[in-house]
Design a protein around this ligand. Sequence first.
Ligand SMILES: Nc1ncnc2c1ncn2[C@@H]1O[C@H](COP(=O)(O)OP(=O)(O)O)[C@@H](O)[C@H]1O
Ligand SMILES: [Mg+2]
Length: 330
Amino acid sequence: MAEQDDILALEHLGKTFRVGFWGTKVQAVRDVSLVLKRGESLGYLGPNGSGKTTSIKCILSLIQPTVGKIRLFGADPSNAAARARVGYLPEAPYFYDYLTPREVLDYVGKLYGLDGSTRKKRIPMLLDRLGLSHAMDRELRGFSKGMLQRVGIAQSLLSDPDLLIYDEPLSGLDPIGRKEVRELMAELRREGKSLFFSSHVLTDIETLCDAVCILDRGEVVAQGRLSDLLRMDKLESEALVELPLDTLETAKARLLALPGVELTEELGPVLRLRLPTDVVPGLTAAVVDARATLRELSQHRDSLEELFVQKAVHMVSSDGQRAPKAGSPE
Ligand SMILES: Nc1ncnc2c1ncn2[C@@H]1O[C@H](COP(=O)(O)OP(=O)(O)O)[C@@H](O)[C@H]1O
Ligand SMILES: [Mg+2]
């Protein structure tokens, strides 16, 4: 079943909470299936309340799924050996104000069962790597959110884990902190660590993940390799063409007759056109034929943000019912 290289696999994961006096059901996660392979990075995306933290808690065996199965390094997530290979950064890491980074890491190191000499060696090394060596022995109460996040990341790396599970690692950080954490994650990935991280900040993570799984209200609305998902929606180009004044109307008619070409703006003899990228060679040929000038040509690629809006928001109507299949936004 599970392959050797599968670091993490969710099979039809579902979690229902019962809340309140009447035990009303809240379906936090519904039928999520995914696989994370060794060395890959998976972005688990979705707006607040879409079930990201709940899924992560199930993966870490902090709560039990209602339905479905989880394999962590091929084992049940409650397996101690499997869990020991995971470094976890919680959503809002909380550390006791009066501890220093060195003390926090020493404590966590003891929990992981690292011996004294390993801790002595690894802790300053990690704190140095995270740019905290100057603050190693300062109490955490004066730390910025970005610095605290780095302490959290340091503790997640202490046992030299193979899989990092980070819950919203970029949230609450200022732009510089964001960039730092992002770069650090990219570096960890280059070192061969597998990454599973959640985010509701979409544009931040495009460069960080090989694959994404987009959730909305506990359900997967899009998933796959990022490159495939971004290609799935048609790739479009934009062209700015200047027509010769003497044959303006015929030249215009000729360009607009090309398949999929759409006129988006017209400023005298200058036309702004949107077209499917595979029509670009046809357009350039027609431009030459019509003695027109191609002033600009650019690729219009669907950003992750647009993809998210199309899939996650438009596919789910306000009553929570799934709209007709993807591919036809609006
Ligand atoms: N312990 C709990 N009891 C009841 N409902 C919960 C509990 N934890 C989460 N939920 C609900 O499950 C849904 C998903 O929450 P969560 O997993 O925290 O989302 P996210 O991390 O994507 O913001 C929300 O509607 C939330 O209110
Ligand atoms: Mg959360």
